[in-house]
Design a protein around this ligand. Sequence first.
Ligand SMILES: Cc1cc2nc3c(=O)[nH]c(=O)nc-3n(C[C@H](O)[C@H](O)[C@H](O)COP(=O)(O)O)c2cc1C
Length: 221
Amino acid sequence: MRYSANFSQGQEALVIDLASVDEVLGTTRSVRRRLDFDRPVAPEVIEECVALAAQAPTGMNREAWRFLVITDAAKKQGVADLYRRAMDRYASLRPSPLSPAQRALSDRLHEIPALILVCSEGRPESGNHAAEVAFYGSVLPAAWSLMLALRSRGLGSTWTTLLLVHERETADLLDIPDDVTQTILLPVAYTRDAVLRRANRKGPEQVMYWNTWGAAREPAE
Ligand SMILES: Cc1cc2nc3c(=O)[nH]c(=O)nc-3n(C[C@H](O)[C@H](O)[C@H](O)COP(=O)(O)O)c2cc1C
């Protein structure tokens, strides 16, 4: 196990357990089926995770993120119906069939203990690239932190955007004001028999350039 020690003036020495941090960063996968649909998730646990999510960067310090936690059975059913409609349409447009896991999440969304809709107050300025990046960059890092915090507590989730196809109907269902932008929906439940591993992703040598676009790092002299 590796440890990193971080000393800063006026603070006690802080030891970060790299193995645990790396495990959470490296194995926070989509969990769609291996979920415990019957085990409740305490509101306090979700609040703790949201408190960590709110440590993410936030443009102009606005903290415009809002986390709408849906636990009410009728509302979950309403969201699940919209999600399924979006999924069916998506499936009809694809050349290949949906994976059983994608289908399973869609079929059982209403049974998941908590659905968290991550929103931002305001609307991005359409056509202004810098403003759009700042807008979404001020909410999506918090959403990812939330997923990591959930994972570290044994909770599984999936980063989903399909519901956005029905943003208007979702807003009506949940009384979301017009000037609030919906982003991702995280279905949250304790995992059950889920073995989460690092995904097979491109390595740094395939996705990194040094100093000039397309250039590999110069070998050390
Ligand atoms: C922008 C974005 C939108 C996504 N939307 C959905 C979705 O609507 N439904 C779903 O089941 N998964 C969705 N996913 C999850 C991806 O399918 C998943 O991240 C990918 O297959 C990699 O698997 P992993 O999350 O286990 O690493 C989305 C992921 C991203 C980044």
